[in-house]
Unconditional design. Structure first.
Length: 214
């Protein structure tokens, strides 16, 4: 299992030390939530933040785009140093093209799905994906409560992947804590985004150990 701390819950005035703090716990991925105030009712950060963080860390930068018209910004985020980019299927009328745009940048391509979006929507292009991001809360804010009915969607995603013999990671995002992580893992997820259950805690190394079940 891989844990991706979401910097949305970090102290923005001290991002460098916040990142060093979680890196001390052998974290190999950082999750960056990009929100535009249109697709979701919140505004966060752009590719300039990804570019500023890139030289500060060896972690893979996992950029979660919660923005309308993502095609227009993929190049900026990739050039700024993203290693993985996920786009929301709800924002992509030409999803196949959008995925190819990400892959042309030689980085991992993922599709994110809102809780109300059925997993079957990605079936026609599943073989082109490196990962699937299943939202376990409605996107827009950290600190929300995990939606338990998403476990069924994770199981369905796992079956779609396994039936085809594909190597695609299932990432879950929203309300992941020491109770919900195990449920998602059992259902088939392997990449766990965690904001408040890591950066919201005073001792991040204890928080990460708890998530790992140590
Ligand atoms: O994409 C999002 C929210 O839209 C997430 O990545 C949050 O940042 C997760 O925060 P927690 O639910 O773990 O506090
Ligand atoms: Fe996210």
């Amino acid at each position: 299992m891989r844990i991706a701390p979401s910097i949305l819950a970090a102290d923005f005035a001290n991002l460098e030390s916040e990142i060093k703090d979680v890196e001390a716990s052998d974290i190999d991925l950082l999750h960056i939530d990009v929100m535009d105030g249109h697709f979701v009712p919140n505004i966060t950060m752009g590719s300039n933040v990804v570019g500023a963080l890139r030289p500060l860390t060896d972690c893979e930068l996992d950029v979660h785009l919660m923005i309308e018209n993502p095609d227009q910004y993929i190049s900026d985020f990739a050039d700024a140093g993203a290693d993985m980019i996920s786009v929301h299927v709800e924002t992509c009328p030409h999803l196949h093209r959008t995925i190819q745009l990400i892959k042309e940048k030689n980085i991992k391509a993922g599709v994110a799905l809102n809780p109300a979006t059925p997993i079957e929507i990605i079936e026609p292009i599943i073989q082109d994906l490196d990962f699937i991001l299943i939202m376990t809360v409605n996107p827009g804010f950290g600190g929300q409560v995990f939606i338990e009915s998403m476990l069924g969607k994770i199981r369905k995603a796992k079956s779609l992947i396994d039936e085809r013999g594909l190597e695609i990671a299932i990432e879950v995002d929203g309300g992941i804590n020491e109770d919900t992580l195990g449920l998602c893992r059992k259902a088939g997820a392997e990449l766990f985004v965690a904001g408040s259950s890591i950066f919201g805690q005073s001792n991040r190394s204890i928080a990460i150990d708890k998530l790992r079940g140590v």
